[in-house]
Each structure stands twice: as structure tokens, then as C-alpha cells.
Design a protein around this ligand. Structure first.
Ligand code: ATP
Ligand code: MG
Length: 287
């Protein structure tokens, strides 16, 4: 079995801004052959459930019949291997391309697959950029309808660079109701706008909690994500409540949309996946 060697020593060449295609919002000039849509999942702050949403959307889109890949760009805290239940070093095909491991029907690539144990990653920006470029171009993704990209939390320079490195067709912002009310979402939108990546919509996570007596407890307030989507003139893709099963699914490596698609949390994620699919298909794909 051939093993993968990822070369991270050379500084990256700066690619042109993706999506900078004049007035057509889908005119992505750096399109990857075989991949119809590359969509980033971002958030203004950490811990809002971005990776949880990314894995459940990837598996949800797969349940809806799409061919899906998921790329973990969170170099410092890759959580996709844990949440998707797979820790496997990719092997190389005859063309020396990395074969992405598959679990729950989704093709996966993560820096977590290439690291040994819990060693800390201390990399300079260009190394990260180069590695992510290789994940896109030196991975044998095959034909995909959607490649979702889990970005590191925040909207700073590192995230901006990643948005320029990956040829994105669109961005989704995950927020909690509270974060939305604090205006953090706007930073995420501004980040995508800076690199001409169209914003596909907002997902509100941890919307509410259902108490044992059935009462809806809105820990972080009410309707912030929907209101912010209206204010920003973008699509509200849906809300996902707090459920223990969602956290357990992440820890077990079986997203709830896979283990219990007909449960309340499963249906909540499937509804968001359906809305996102509709949104991603609004413009004609060009591959
Ligand atoms: N709707 C939910 N219900 C219950 N638990 C949730 C929900 N969404 C996320 N969690 C849990 O919250 C924690 C943080 O979620 P997650 O790791 O997806 O956030 P993140 O935004 O990707 O974090 P980071 O900023 O570290 O990348 C995890 O333990 C996850 O299982
Ligand atoms: Mg994460």
C-alpha cells in the first residue's frame, strides 16, 4: 500500500480570487473539474456547531441522493475524523492522487488523517495554504455534486486566506441566536464578500432546547438567525435545536442524520440540507 506524503515546505503561489467572475455570482473561474459546487461552512466565532452542521449537511445531502465530499480545513482543530468516525491515512492511486476515505457515503479529507496522534500543529500560513491546495488538487475526488468545506472558526486573515485558496462557489454561515444578535454574522458575510464568494444563507444552530415537560427553552434568545438573514438580504436555511443526540452523534462518529434520520434532530438537519440543495442548484452548474 502506498502512503501519502504531503509536501508543505514550499510557499504557495497566490491564486486569483475565486468567484471573481464579473456580474455572474456563480462564475467561478478556478472551478475544479468534476466538482459542481464547493461550499464553505463558516462562523464568526468558535463552538457554535459549525463542524456538527457541516457533517450533518454532508450526510444529509448524501441521503437526498447527492454525491458529496467534505473537506476539513480546520488545520488547528480538525474534528471531522472524530465526527465522521474515521481515522484512516489516505492511500495513493496510480496517478499519485490521494484517495479520500469514505464513511457514511461521504468522501472525506482532513489534515487529521495525516497527523500522528495528538501532535500539535505549528505551521506558518503558506504551509497551510499549500496543504489545503493539495487537498483540493491532489485528491481524487471523482465526480461530486457538492464539496462542503469546514473552515476554522472566525473571520480573520487565516480564514480569508483559506477562502482564497479554495475555489469556492458559495458560503454558509452558522450562528447561534445570540451570536446573530451580537452582529457576529455580519463579519462572516463581510469575509465572503471580500473574496467575492456568494453567500448562500444562514443556519441557526442551538436555536432552543426542549425541556422534559415539552416546554421550548430559548437559551440564546429567539429568531436571531432568521432576523439577521432578513437584515442581510440572504436566505435563512433553517434552525437546529439543541439535542443530546446531536452531541452524542458527533462524539460517536455517527451523525444523527445517519443514525436517526426520522428523529427531530435528524429531520431538522435534513430540512436545512434540502434548503441548501435548493439554494445551490438555483444557478446552472457548469461542469
Ligand atoms: N444542536 C446541537 N445540539 C447539541 N449539541 C450540539 C449542537 N450543535 C453542536 N453541538 C455540540 O457542541 C460542541 C461544539 O460543536 P462543534 O465542534 O460542531 O462547533 P464548531 O463551531 O465546529 O467548533 P470549533 O469552533 O471548535 O470548530 C460539540 O460538542 C457538539 O457536539
Ligand atoms: Mg469545528
Amino acid at each position: 500500500m502506498k502512503h501519502v506524503h504531503v509536501e508543505v515546505k514550499q510557499p504557495a503561489a497566490t491564486p486569483g480570487a475565486p468567484g471573481a467572475g464579473g456580474t455572474d455570482p456563480w462564475a467561478n473561474q478556478n472551478r475544479v473539474p468534476g466538482i459542481k459546487r464547493i461550499v464553505a461552512v463558516a462562523s464568526g466565532k468558535g463552538g457554535v456547531g459549525k463542524s456538527t452542521v457541516a457533517v450533518n449537511l454532508a450526510c444529509g445531502l448524501n441521503r437526498l441522493g447527492a454525491r458529496v465530499g467534505l473537506l476539513d480545513c480546520d488545520i488547528y482543530g480538525p474534528s471531522i475524523p472524530l465526527m465522521m468516525g474515521i481515522h484512516q491515512r489516505p492511500t495513493l492511486n496510480d496517478d499519485e492522487k490521494m484517495i479520500p476515505p469514505i464513511n457514511h457515503g461521504v468522501k472525506l479529507m482532513s489534515i487529521g488523517f495525516l497527523l500522528d496522534g495528538d501532535q500539535p500543529v505549528i505551521w506558518r500560513g503558506p504551509m497551510i495554504q499549500r496543504t489545503i491546495q493539495q487537498f483540493i488538487t491532489v485528491t481524487d475526488w471523482g465526480e461530486l455534486d457538492y464539496l462542503l468545506v469546514d473552515l476554522p472558526p472566525g473571520t480573520g486573515d487565516a480564514q480569508l486566506t483559506l477562502c482564497q485558496t479554495v475555489p469556492l462557489d458559495g458560503g454558509v454561515i452558522v450562528t447561534t441566536p445570540q451570536e446573530a444578535s451580537l452582529g457576529v454574522v455580519r463579519k462572516g458575510i463581510a469575509m465572503f464578500e471580500k473574496v467575492n464568494v456568494p453567500i448562500l444563507g444562514i443556519v441557526e444552530n442551538m436555536s432552543y432546547f426542549t425541556a422534559p415537560d415539552g416546554t421550548r427553552v430559548e437559551i440564546f434568545g429567539n429568531g436571531g438567525g432568521r432576523r439577521e438573514a432578513e437584515r442581510q438580504n440572504t436566505t435563512f436555511l433553517g434552525e437546529v435545536p439543541i439535542f443530546t443526540e446531536i452531541r452524542e452523534g458527533g462524539d460517536r462518529g455517527v451523525p444523527v442524520v445517519v443514525s436517526a434520520p426520522k428523529s427531530k434532530p435528524g429531520l431538522a438537519f435534513l430540512a436545512v440540507a434540502e434548503n441548501l440543495r435548493r439554494r445551490m442548484n438555483q444557478a446552472p452548474a457548469s461542469t
